[in-house]
Design a protein around this ligand. Structure first.
Ligand code: FES
Length: 320
């Protein structure tokens, strides 16, 4: 019996009984990559199944083995190992030219899920050091970089302890996500615990290091929100950093920025707060207006009001 498969953006082709999808696409003149000759070893024939996944034969042992190693999601199949047992199958070739081959196959750190991009619910975490500029202006370059490294190490320790992933750093702040390996409830809890740990650790760092050696203390602003975002890797072999995009990211950044106007070091959206298992006491609740959003965002204030900063002279030994 003949079935048909729709190669999206290319053509609908017949697949004869016993024929693999790869054999059928080559017979129909589709320039389908098949570096290993259809032996289930190179993965260049891989396709993303858009519709009718259940109409394909189950993965062969070759395909199962390689899918395990490469961590392919269920909807990525090897065309050379797949036959059809019904109508309604639509696929998209993932390797259509040499650049695709480099991105999807040759990259040694390939993780097909992140290369392809996926929609995920994550907790989004922004943190920024308050008033770093006055310290920069009054300090030796060595001290500026050294203290930045100390503070960022403190951030990183807390974030990784709670299974977060730092996505980007910019100046005296950074952006992390939680939930790449967990569900959203756990992610919201982890992001909150990481933020609270940073506040506690920073207090210790101020008392035991900054105050005695630099006569200066630091404060931070933290914003946490949850939402559905797009996660992917746009590195094209140059960088393996994850990229996370979507409106919830802008909201989280806005909450972080609002820590100043709300005079509280930790601002969390009410949506994220409601996911917390043991929510910390919120000293206040407020509403923030966001650009392009008609209804204000309800937020909870779970940090501390900022201390009034005294700008004092640095000890003589480190004066410029
Ligand atoms: S052609 Fe090599 S795995 Fe299918």
């Amino acid at each position: 019996m003949t079935h048909h498969v729709n190669f999206k953006g290319e053509k609908v082709i017949p697949v004869e009984e016993g024929q693999t999808m790869l054999q059928a696409s080559l017979a129909a003149g589709i320039p389908h990559y098949h570096a290993c000759g259809g032996k289930g070893q190179c993965t260049t024939c891989r396709v993303l199944v858009l519709e009718g996944q259940e109409k394909l034969t189950p993965p062969t042992s070759f395909e199962q083995a390689i899918k395990r190693v490469k961590k392919f999601p269920d909807n990525v199949r090897l065309a050379c190992q797949s036959r059809l047992n019904g109508e309604g199958v639509a696929v998209q070739r993932l390797v259509r030219d040499e650049v695709d081959r480099i991105i999807f196959v040759d990259d040694p750190q390939e993780n097909i899920t992140t290369v392809m991009g996926e929609s995920r619910k994550l907790a989004l975490f922004f943190i920024d050091i308050r008033d770093f500029t006055p310290f920069v202006e009054r300090s030796l370059p060595f001290d500026v970089i050294h203290i930045m490294r100390r503070i960022f190490a403190l951030f990183k320790k807390a974030i990784t302890q709670y299974d977060g992933e730092i996505i980007d750093t910019a100046g005296d702040g950074l952006y992390a996500v939680f939930g790449l390996n967990s569900r959203i409830k756990q992610a919201a809890n982890s992001a909150t615990l990481a933020g609270l740990k940073i506040l506690a650790d920073l207090r210790i760092f101020n008392n035991t290091y900054m105050r005695p050696y630099f006569n200066h203390t630091f404060e931070v602003g933290i914003g946490v929100h949850v939402g559905r975002v797009i996660v992917g890797n746009v590195g094209i072999g140059l960088s393996h950093n994850l990229t996370v995009m979507g409106f919830p990211v802008n909201v989280a950044a806005r909450l972080q920025a609002a820590t100043k106007e709300l005079n509280n070091s930790f601002v969390i959206s009410a949506v994220a707060y409601r996911l917390l298992q043991n929510p910390p006491y919120a000293v206040g609740c407020d509403y923030l207006t966001l650009k392009g959003v008609s209804t204000p965002y309800e937020v909870k204030l779970i940090g501390k009001p900022y201390e009034k900063k005294e700008v004092t002279a640095l000890p003589e030994t480190i004066q410029k």
